[in-house]
Design a protein around this ligand. Sequence first.
Ligand SMILES: C[S@@+](CC[C@H](N)C(=O)[O-])C[C@H]1O[C@@H](n2cnc3c(N)ncnc32)[C@H](O)[C@@H]1O
Length: 240
Amino acid sequence: MAELTCVGCGPGDPELLTVKAVKAIQNADVIMCPTSKEGKDSIAYSIVSSLVDPSKKPEVVNLVFPMVKDKDILEDTWEKNAQIIAEAVRKDKNVVYLTVGDPSLYSTWIYVNRELKIKYPDIKITIIPGIVSMFAFASKVGISIAEGDETMAVIPACYDLARVKETAKNCDTMIFLKDGRYFDQVISLLKEAGFPNSSLFAIAQDVGTDQEIVKKLTLGEVTKDTFTNKYFSIMVVKRA
Ligand SMILES: C[S@@+](CC[C@H](N)C(=O)[O-])C[C@H]1O[C@@H](n2cnc3c(N)ncnc32)[C@H](O)[C@@H]1O
């Protein structure tokens, strides 16, 4: 039987993929691409499209994962998409599943992988890691994420803001991923949690694309105009 390979596609620049990832993409018969809406282009596919071997003509399949919190809808989606993937692998095709950044960090892959392992345990799965967006960002801005005895937390800002505040009280570097619309509320929380105005503040949106926005300032300098509401946003605040 052919294999299923999950490929971490990195933060957006096609040159930031591993050699293994490129080989897997060029060897694929079928490329599975997650997208949030029917008819919407897959961001992961847009990262790797220039690397696909045109002579191989792989089949490109968009898998829709709606951005909702309803557990029934999500479970149904994971089940359906895992089935589509499993059927392709069982046709003896080399199937590649793409994911932005690394597969093990807030990726739809995690749920699909779980579903496949339970329902299709015979399928051999290989996971190729990718460069995580926050590390691509740290290189771009020229900051260290953590040094010496500093602690760091990675927070999906769109969930529980009370938990964010509790975490901030005990942490030196706070990294916020996901929905940038909550970032302004987070700024006040950090100040309440004892982050001084002189703390380093850095934000990046759409890293690795031609829409990229990257800013580095202090927490005290942040205003409501510092960032816009974009889903592909990373914010790092490092206690002074
Ligand atoms: C569903 S999570 C996926 C994280 C991904 N697996 C990783 O390793 O970076 C999506 C979030 O990652 C961050 N992200 C991923 N790629 C990004 C990029 N190119 N620019 C800015 N943020 C990015 C944003 O916070 C975005 O909302």
